[in-house]
Write a protein that binds this ligand. Sequence first.
Ligand code: NAD
Length: 427
Amino acid sequence: MSTTDQSSRIGGFHKLSIADRIEAVARFAGLGESERDHLLNTGNLPPELADHLIENVIGTMNIPVGVATNMRIDGRDRLIPMATEESSVVAAVCNAARQCYDAGGFVTSMSGTRMIAQIQLTQVSDPQAARLRILERQADVQAICDDCDPVLLKLGGGFRELEVRVLETRGGPMVITHIVVDTRDAMGANAVNTMAEKLAPRIAAWTGGRTNLRILSNLADRRLARARCVWPLAAIGGAEVRDGMLSAYHFADADPYRAATHNKGIMNGISAVVLATGNDTRAVEAGAHAYAARNGRYASLTHWEVTAEGNLAGSIELPMAVGLVGGATKLHPTAKLALKVLGVQSAEELARTIAAVGLAQNFSAMKALATTGIQKGHMALHAQNIAMMAGAVGEEIEAVAKVLVERGAVRIDVAEEVLKGMRAGKA
Ligand code: NAD
């Protein structure tokens, strides 16, 4: 029972209309009329669409979409829509891109668009022989997988490789089958999961074992997006700044405590584009962090070096399982618009663009940290958030924020006092 003595066991909740669900939640949580109206307003996502995307919908969560300017990728200028609630993320990409624009911007590439699905086989007495029995069936495996998705096959995708590993675990040996599938312009989770489920009973029959899990791996290391870029020394402010940034990178690459924050900054940029395009942020994040730890120690997703000319060269390589079809990409109207603004024609182009954004983000974060510190850039927008929390509206927001920054005291109590003073002065 909840503290309000009301039950969370609401039978048939999923069958209710959005309005009726809101009523039920309002009763439970004591929401007033304006709060119920707020939930009913789903903005530019039609409620019937929201209701089909997930279960038990009672509203939508609007996140600002900003556009990063100055990005030049593989010789082409692009505007990058980014969905994020965090201040400074969009500005960071714009700034990094401005500082390398004249030098040519970003160069990107990709290892392919292949996803891996895993099938777990347990209770096999002879795991090594079972592994070979599965490998001997490659032609059957291919036929079963390709049969699942004629659309993908027609588009040039489908089964590519069969890999089988014997894994020693706490629960005894397991035989793990990987099917590697080219999912083209789809992220491919549903596509490969369907194949894995279809294949599993056959693997059990061929080996005499018991199949358990059948699901894709988010460590999509056959789908690596890469970006590199050179920032001229003059554009970044000289050797001292460059060396401070290099030292920041060395720190991140040597220390997981620092690497987690370093990579979080990279994901600030990456997840914002992934979200804006209706792709699966959790899938990309899981892939990125697992890849960052692939050598047994969690490390930086980027690399930073000095070129022969003394300029700063950055590079990034990480799994990027994003699509132009599937999931919400083709359904969410804002996602469709974001893809149109980006002007990408394939999932590969999207993935490469996103990798460039991650590198740009990392450049700005490291530069800020190695020079003025991160708070200076954050403070202007953060001060506006604090001003709004203190009750400032309209023109008051910037005016209060300005005073907070000038005083070097971006705090709610100070904002309240400044706002009170301003209003008293006007009265
Ligand atoms: P999907 O099944 O909706 O669409 C993919 C299908 O679209 C393909 O199988 C193919 O038949 C068809 N298609 C049409 N045009 C295509 C083209 N040009 N290229 C490729 N395929 C084309 O989506 P999906 O991409 O298989 O799955 C993505 C969704 O799965 C996401 O919403 C994700 O959140 C979700 N998901 C993720 C995980 C995970 O990451 N662990 C697990 C389960 C589901």
